[in-house]
Design a protein around this ligand. Structure first.
Ligand code: IMP
Ligand code: MG
Length: 185
């Protein structure tokens, strides 16, 4: 285990099994029509790569980048959309994939923008982790991997100040590691 990790919350095996089940559930719920999976950069990339391999049907692959800046381990509430799919998503089912649903502001603004630009798209959301205790806007994801308590976690795509994304598991960061830093996206 990495020296900055206090404890492992979700092992590689647990993540693999849960991600596979989510992929199968998405394929089963959307057996027909155009299905597009939108990865929110950067945090969802590991989850996304595993998730789409568990979806046994044709899909479209798109990316969006929404950054919320904050101090330390909480976001400011301002979400900036830097990259957005330019594909025509009209009439398609779009599943927005993120690493973690925290205050909900990121997914809410991506969802609102998708619906504004593609009014007849069917927009769904999928997150690996759901930190319900911190929700600031009313939003529930359609597909959730695991509920997580109100602790700051890193690994499997999740970062602190751009670090720890490549850990293969998800763990709780030791508090002394995030005193005085900036979180990523
Ligand atoms: P929201 O807009 O507050 O829901 O925040 C979502 C984003 O905040 C995620 O995509 C993460 O980048 C970041 N985030 C929230 N909680 C954590 C955490 O515990 N560890 C790492 N990043 C987090
Ligand atoms: Mg993120």
């Amino acid at each position: 285990m990495h020296q900055d990790i206090e404890r492992v919350l979700f092992s590689e095996d647990a993540i693999r099994a849960r991600t596979r089940a989510l992929g199968e559930a998405i394929a089963k719920a959307h057996p027909e029509g155009d299905l597009v999976l939108v990865a929110l950069l950067k945090g969802s990339v590991l989850f996304y790569a595993d998730l789409i391999r568990a979806i046994d049907r044709q899909i479209g692959v798109e990316f969006a980048w929404a950054s919320s800046y904050g101090d330390g381990t909480s976001s400011s509430g301002t979400v900036e959309l830097k990259v957005f799919p330019d594909e025509d998503l009209r009439g398609k089912t779009v599943v927005v994939v993120d690493d973690i649903l925290d205050t909900g502001r990121t997914l809410a603004s991506v969802k609102a923008r998708l619906l504004a630009e593609h009014p007849d798209a069917e927009v769904r959301t999928c997150v690996l982790l759901d930190k319900r205790a911190r929700r600031a806007v009313e939003l529930d994801a359609d597909y959730v991997g695991f509920e997580v308590e109100d602790v700051f976690v890193v690994g499997y795509g999740l970062d602190f100040a751009g670090r720890y994304r490549n850990l293969p598991y998800i763990g709780v960061l030791k508090p002394h590691c995030y005193e005085g830093g900036e979180e990523g996206d």
